[in-house]
Design a protein around this ligand. Structure first.
Ligand code: ATP
Ligand code: MG
Length: 202
């Protein structure tokens, strides 16, 4: 699961937790981007802070890990390069690329989307009305058609899994901090302390 994570929040955490359950994942890796190519015009907190916040959010939870691969590569973070590296590192693994519906909507603007869908099963995290309820059929068909269009007839069918998509975004959290409003419940307590002690987003 990649992203800017500026900051990581409970929406990310609950979606990740649902993905682990639905897909019976052995491990879920959060991968913060050094620089998100589609967010170049936007200012982001330094990568080291975004990485540390993911680490404190997931610390002590055996389901999750955080990989610095994109931060170490520096420059623009292209998911296709990260997936190529994972295919080299873990050639026998079954790999899933977890995307929120908003991120999925931009997939055809990414670098080499056909290669992306050939390197991992695309999983779209859609909002379910109730936990465990099936995702909306039309959303599912749209996703399948789009991935097929990107990857060609050989592309593996993407999965759409229902998650509780908590209506929280990093954008809203940054705005709350800037306005001096509390963010308790939007992020974990450890992340809130990190933001405060490092004076982020003021
Ligand atoms: P911003 O508001 O700065 O865009 P964000 O909250 O959307 O931040 P990102 O870092 O852009 O967070 O998102 C990383 C990944 O997590 C993307 O795939 C995105 O679709 C997904 N995501 C973001 N917020 C949620 C949420 N509340 N529930 C489920 N998935 C989410
Ligand atoms: Mg976003």
């Amino acid at each position: 699961m990649g992203g800017t994570f500026d900051p990581p929040h409970t929406g990310h955490l609950l979606a990740a937790s649902d993905a682990v359950d639905h897909l019976a994942l052995d491990r879920l890796v959060f991968i913060p981007a050094a620089q998100q190519p589609l967010k170049q015009h936007q200012e982001a907190a330094p990568a080291g802070h975004r990485l540390r916040m993911l680490q404190v959010m997931t610390q002590g939870d055996a389901r999750f890990s955080v990989d610095e691969i994109e931060i170490q590569r520096t420059g623009l973070s292209f998911t296709v390069e990260t997936l190529e590296e994972y295919a080299r590192r873990l050639p026998d693994s079954e790999r899933f690329l977890l995307l929120g519906a908003d991120a999925f909507a931009l997939l055809d603007q990414w670098r080499d989307p056909a290669r992306v869908v050939s390197l991992a099963h695309v999983v779209v995290l859609t909002r379910a009305s109730a936990a465990g309820a099936p995702p909306d059929e039309r959303a599912l068909e749209d996703v399948i058609a789009r991935v097929r269009a990107i990857g060609g007839p050989g592309a593996s069918a993407p999965r759409v899994i229902p998650t509780r998509r908590v209506d929280v975004s990093s954008t809203e959290i940054r705005a709350r901090v800037r306005a001096g409003r509390p963010i308790r419940g939007f992020v974990t307590d450890a992340v809130a302390s990190y933001i405060e002690s490092n004076g982020l987003y003021r």
